[in-house]
Design a protein around this ligand. Structure first.
Ligand code: ATP
Length: 233
């Protein structure tokens, strides 16, 4: 059994009379501790996959397992607990609380879960020990994304889900954030899933899942992992 399993997952959105088949039978698995990149063009279904895996959306058909538990059978209350305790999220636009300091943003996350890590320590781990008392507006985009990553990690999640985490960052800052995510995966053993439209990023992944028109067209383990410093796009 794998850590994450998608079995023939289908998701249809209804917009009035119109049916939009966002996922049309998605199958893949991810092993514990892997750095996994899900890649595909706009509209391929990446965000839908991440939202289902993160318990933010429900599926129409199929089965999703995390760590042996069938999350696709969870009701509302169970999904709330799942999002709260098991999953860390990192978004393209950071989503920090503007009137809280960097440290307070991280503490906010640790307050809602059962087994949090020390907020100050996690902030130090992402390289921001000296910016703990700064507000988001006083930090660069890359620093804000580091705070967001620290906030997600402070929950001590089973799975770190990242939706285009470098989408709003410049080239080098984006690379540094990817490196931080990969280092976190390696050092802490956290399973990390990154979704992106950027094919180049797949070179640094342990596992590459390619999505097209709501299905997985390719899934492979990367035999030649390239350090992010050597990747260009
Ligand atoms: N809430 C929704 N209601 C209706 N249709 C939706 C909804 N969310 C997504 N879709 C549709 O489902 C399909 C897959 O969308 P999804 O956002 O998963 O793609 P994506 O690969 O993440 O794209 P992008 O890279 O542009 O974010 C698209 O056709 C999209 O328009």
């Amino acid at each position: 059994m794998s850590f994450v399993e998608f079995h023939d997952v289908k998701k249809t959105y209804h917009m009035g009379e119109v049916e939009i088949p966002a996922l049309q039978g998605v199958n893949f698995e991810i092993e514990k501790g892997e750095f996994c990149v899900i890649v595909g063009a706009s509209g391929a279904g990446k965000t839908t996959i991440l939202n289902i895996l993160g318990g933010m959306d429900t599926l129409t058909e199929g089965k999703v397992l995390l760590d042996g538990k069938e999350i696709s059978s969870y009701g509302k209350k169970q999904l709330t607990d799942y999002r709260r305790y098991d999953i860390g999220f990192v978004f393209q636009f950071y989503n920090l609380v503007g009137n809280l300091t960097a440290l307070e943003n991280v503490e906010l996350a640790s307050q809602i879960c059962s087994d949090p890590l020390d907020a100050g320590q996690v902030l130090a781990d992402v390289g921001l020990a000296d910016r703990a008392s700064n507000f988001p507006a006083q930090l660069s985009g890359g620093e804000q994304q580091r705070v967001a990553i620290a906030r997600a990690l402070a929950k001590n999640p089973k799975l770190l889900l990242c939706d285009e985490p470098t989408g709003a960052l410049d080239y080098n800052t984006g690379k540094a954030v990817l490196k931080l995510l990969q280092d976190t995966c390696r050092k802490k053993g956290v399973t990390v899933v990154v979704i992106t439209h950027n094919q180049a990023i797949t070179a640094m992944a342990d596992r590459i899942i390619t999505v097209k028109n709501g299905t997985v067209t390719d899934m492979r383990k990367n035999e030649h992992i390239v350090p992010v410093e050597q990747i260009e796009w």
